[in-house]
Design a protein around this ligand. Sequence first.
Ligand SMILES: [Zn+2]
Length: 261
Amino acid sequence: MADTGRKRTTDKEGLKGKQRTYKREILAALFIILLVIGVAFRVNQIFYGFDLPEIAFAGSSVAETEPGRGQDAFRQSDDWRLVLVNRDHPLENVFGGELTELRDGAKVDARIYPDLQEMFDEMRAEGLSPRVVEGYRTSGEQQKRLDSKISEYMGYGKSREEAREMALQWEAEPGTSEHELGICVDISSEDADNASANAVWAWMDGNCSRFGFIKRYPREKMSVTGVRGEEWHYRYVGREAAGEITKKGVTLEEYLGAVSK
Ligand SMILES: [Zn+2]
């Protein structure tokens, strides 16, 4: 009897022990579930929360920049379509690629030709008559353009220094013109008539990003680009970047994080 009683007691104690074990297991399971939810929430916050634009930006193939360090931290992109050339960022390498000569004699980097051609085909199909006036230029050609503009101003009685300063508002210093990259074009119309040229530019403004081009010097962005508005100058950056730049309404400088702070 005593044995049985003890046994019963033992069984009861065993049952209580099992119940305690279940409680511990349930608590442990709850703890793990909460932990998993917590981690998932944090991961979600990191990848899909406020940090998204920065992460997406850093992940795209643009130059790496560190916030707050200004343009000194700017590094050129490895992507040939996103190389920045302006007065603060002179050309690092002389163009050495293949050029394609267009019907009117202008030349462009052969790599942008297919998109340029497709864009012109579509424009012509819509009744417009675009023409590439300027494409690739050597530094020597850029120097000649600047010299001739300086002479023009000196002809109006300006000193060489004054004339040079004025000329630089229209012509870039050799080594700092995007035309030396071979991936931008100055576009007008076949007859260079104001109305038809305006129609071409209006079409370009609404459609060029689909073909990888951006309007490089919008009038309202002169403080950023340092260049007067140029309706005619379009730069190739590739379709993906052109889409983003156009959607955001920014300049190439802003897109690449190369604006002085
Ligand atoms: Zn131009």
